[in-house]
Design a protein around this ligand. Structure first.
Ligand code: ASP
Ligand code: MG
Length: 401
């Protein structure tokens, strides 16, 4: 008997018909004699709707109460899916995050999983129950409900697969695999049979919407092989694993992220410690910094620009404003209408000229580059948000065709 973990995203359980479709996929697996754990997200746009409801009442609601609210979405979908499976005559039990043993830290709304105590899961599987688990949630040391950050159900699935040493972890979604670019926006995007954890991690972090980046990090750490596949079409998806067979492709993917803001701190003192103080303050405020650009000092001052995710822009600005006394900068400027376009591929490590080719594609479209950042397997540029789709298409055409 194999043990299979299957995760279904919000669109895969959006309505009664979709829930019944998922129940069929799950019971087909169970019928083969396999143990099945199913992780589900909240139906459709439920999580967004819950956030909107909270904003109506209190835009500054505490994160603890936000988690209490947001965890409700997954509670609805696990019970509905369990009911659909019951109706088909199979033994099933639904479990909330805490019942499934998910222990997290206390960073409400972005909690990290500390461990999965899988006794209950194992006991239910031993009884030959199909186990339906609420993704995206856990419990902290105060017995409060926590959530794992947007898209966190992928991570829940990987954590269960790791903890139970499952034979397979399948992430079902509304696309049939991982593409070289978002197929809804880029013509000629190609589905990949396989991709490495490293490449997938870069793509996920850079805004490819298929898999949550923490889930890929965890899959890599515990060597959980993932399959990304469609819940609506019965065909093989994309496998994410440690190494893949050699392919000619220099670039594996182009990703665009519009959830980005740029902040520039102008007129900082050009002496040691300035960058430390600035980023230390941002770090203490738990702000994730992405691209950093420092100007060359002139007349004793310099400017530092950096990008953050758009949802952290307000908090980042507040943190920098608090530093005015110690940093004595002349002003802060920010721009929320920017986007980051990136190319990813382990092939670029050994091929010169990749950056020039990307920049040429942007130049041909008359798109201006505001910031550039690179790693061994990725090049990112910051551009105007309105140019993002055009840029992605042009870059994709240049490398992949
Ligand atoms: N329902 C949560 C969200 O929309 C978790 C998830 O979908 O994975 O972010
Ligand atoms: Mg969702």
């Amino acid at each position: 008997m194999a043990l299979i973990v299957k995760k279904f995203g919000g669109s895969s359980v959006a309505n009664a018909e979709r829930v019944e479709n998922v129940a069929r996929i799950v019971t087909d697996e169970y019928k083969k004699g396999n143990g099945v754990v199913v992780v589900v997200s909240a139906q459709g746009d439920t999580t967004d709707d819950l956030i909107a409801k909270a904003k109506e009442i209190n835009p500054n609601a505490s994160k603890r109460e936000m988690d209490m609210l947001l965890s409700a979405g997954e509670q609805i979908s696990i019970s509905l899916l369990a009911m659909a499976i019951e109706k088909m005559g199979y033994p099933v039990v639904s479990l909330l995050g805490w019942q499934a043993g998910f222990h997290t830290d206390s960073n409400y709304t972005v909690a990290r999983i500390k461990k999965v105590e899988s006794e209950r899961l194992k006991a239910e599987l031993a009884r030959r129950n199909i186990v339906v688990v609420a993704g995206f949630q856990g419990i902290n040391k105060y017995d409060d409900v926590t959530t794992l950050g947007r898209g966190g159900s992928d991570t829940s699935a990987v954590a269960i697969a790791a903890s139970l040493k499952a034979d397979r972890c399948q992430i079902y979604t509304d696309v049939d695999g991982v593409y070289t670019a978002d197929p809804r926006k880029v013509k000629g995007a190609i589905k990949m049979e396989e991709i490495t954890y490293e490449e997938m991690l870069e793509l996920a972090t850079l805004g490819a919407q298929v898999l949550n980046n923490r889930s890929v990090e965890m899959a890599k750490k515990y060597n959980v092989e993932l399959e990304v596949l469609s819940s609506l079409e019965n065909k093989p998806g994309t496998i994410v694993k440690e190494t893949v067979k050699m392919e000619k492709m220099l670039i594996r993917g182009v990703a665009a992220d519009k959830n980005v803001s740029r902040i520039s701190v102008v007129g900082l003192k050009d002496h040691p410690g300035t960058a430390f103080k600035l980023f230390n303050a941002l770090g203490n405020a738990k702000i994730n910094i992405d691209i950093i650009l420092q100007s060359v000092g002139r007349d004793g001052t310099k400017d530092i620009s950096f990008t953050v995710s758009a949802d952290q822009c307000k908090e980042a600005l507040a943190a920098v404003e608090k530093m005015q006394d110690s940093l004595k900068y002349s002003k802060i400027v920010h721009d929320e209408t920017v986007a980051k376009v990136s190319i990813v591929g382990t092939g670029m490590e050994t091929h010169p000229g990749v950056a020039a080719k990307m920049f040429e594609a942007l130049y041909d479209q008359n798109i201006n580059i505001q910031m550039i950042s690179t790693s061994e397997i990725k090049i990112s540029v910051l551009i105007d948000a309105e140019d993002a789709d055009r840029a992605t298409n042009a870059v994709h055409a240049a490398f992949i065709g």
